[in-house]
Design a protein around this ligand. Structure first.
Ligand code: FAD
Length: 370
């Protein structure tokens, strides 16, 4: 018998949920992470008593009551509702596209007037078969919304002209004919009171965690002390890039502490014009209705990903998807390694989804080991 039932590589949400559930059934887990902290990308750094979302703004939302009850069993969530603003050339617009936005754009006051305006705009720019993202967006919402609220932001996000981006990136653009600025349609949303570290601490309570430990520095050691490995790092790295490097889009964050009480009056303000290099400014205190005398803001700059910098968004185009499938076939043959989470599965997961996926994996493994 080995020392641990599971060595879990990665103290992010996937690893933490997996460890927590295994502990409940008496399994011994060791969690390792190469970072200096637990939590993966949901980690919050405290600055001036404000929880700063270190790897980008994180707003929890779900339609699944079980997942909502699950996270609330570790930490209570507040009533934060995501209602971002867009700043285009100094003018503010509400998001998502709703009656407030249409009033700000065109002065229309009723849903009928707004629908007519959108129909006119779409008809004026209609393409039979949208061949790229620009044509796709124009065919869905017309010129004004596209030019003011979509074009610049999307081009910054992807680092490419909208004409050069594939149409499939935008499948639909939800428009809402009510005065409702709530970004998400989900039944439940909020931020953990006291920040995401509380959620992670709750999940990992009583579980051995070693930080600043890179799995790849001594793979045979981990295999020698654990019955099974749970791997939540990069799948291409796991297989020594045998089929090539999976590509990502990355982000660069610039965080400033400001000696003002309230900088922008909202947690999230998107900058939708191409001339401003960042896509959004986050003012962290507003996630928790903070009353601190100072504030902390973060400017978010999308950037090219190169090996060595943080991978954020997988580029799920044909080339990368095919490469991932090859890695997945190898992963399926690994009897004692469990792959999970955003990097091992090469997919974008929201928090509720990665928790759901970890819980499902736990059930599969329980069926094998119990
Ligand atoms: P991670 O959190 O990345 O954890 C993986 C861990 O593994 C990391 O800590 C890493 O250091 C560690 N690791 C990797 N390789 C090794 C190794 N070799 N050795 C040791 N440790 C290793 N979701 C929402 O629901 N709402 C949001 O508003 C939201 N906003 C987001 C904003 C941004 C900018 C991004 C990028 C994501 C956002 N998400 C959001 C998604 C959310 O971050 C993910 O769902 C979640 O973090 C995934 O957890 P994970 O455990 O799969 O991965």
């Amino acid at each position: 018998m080995k020392q641990y039932d599971f060595v879990i590589v990665g103290a992010g949400l996937f690893g933490a949920v997996f460890a927590c559930e295994m502990k409940k059934i008496g399994k011994k887990c060791l969690v390792i992470d190469k970072r200096k902290h637990k939590g993966g990308n949901v980690y919050c750094e405290e600055i001036d008593d404000i929880n700063v979302h270190k790897y980008g703004a994180h707003i929890f939302h779900t339609n699944d009551k079980k997942i909502w009850d699950y996270v609330n069993s570790f930490v209570q969530f507040n009533r934060y509702t995501n209602s971002p603003l867009a700043n285009y050339k100094g003018k503010l617009y509400n998001l998502p596209f709703n009656m407030n936005t249409f009033y700000q754009l065109w002065g229309v006051k009723t849903p009928e007037e707004a629908k007519r305006k959108i129909r006119e705009q779409v008809a004026a720019s209609f393409e039979n078969e949208p061949k790229n993202l620009e044509q796709q967006a124009l065919s869905l919402v017309g010129e004004d919304i596209y030019n003011i609220l979509i074009k610049g932001y999307t081009e910054k996000q992807w680092g490419r002209k909208a004409e050069d981006l594939p149409a499939f990136i935008i499948k639909r653009l939800p428009v809402r004919f009510t005065f409702d600025n709530n970004y998400f349609d989900d039944k439940y949303q909020g931020i953990p009171i006291g920040g995401y570290n509380k959620l992670i601490d709750g999940l990992l309570q009583g579980i051995e965690v070693r930080l600043e430990v890179d799995y790849f520095e001594d793979r045979p050691h981990w295999a020698s002390i654990a019955e099974r490995i749970v791997f939540t790092g990069k799948i291409d790295q796991f297989f020594e890039y045998k089929f090539g490097i999976l590509e990502y889009r990355s982000l660069h964050f610039e965080t400033e502490r400001l000696e003002v009480e309230n900088y922008q009056g909202n947690a999230v303000v998107n900058y939708t014009e191409a001339e401003v290099p960042y896509t959004r400014i986050i003012e962290h205190k507003h996630f928790e209705f903070g009353r601190q005398p100072n504030t902390v803001i973060t400017k978010e700059y999308p950037c090219e990903w190169t090996p060595g910098i943080e991978p954020y968004y997988p580029i799920n185009d044909e080339k990368n998807s095919n490469m991932f499938k090859q890695y997945q076939q190898l992963a399926d043959k690994e009897a004692n390694i469990i792959f999970g989470g955003r990097l091992a599965e090469y997919r974008y997961y929201d928090m509720h989804q990665v928790i759901g996926s970890a819980l499902k994996k736990v059930e599969t493994i329980k069926a094998i080991i119990l």
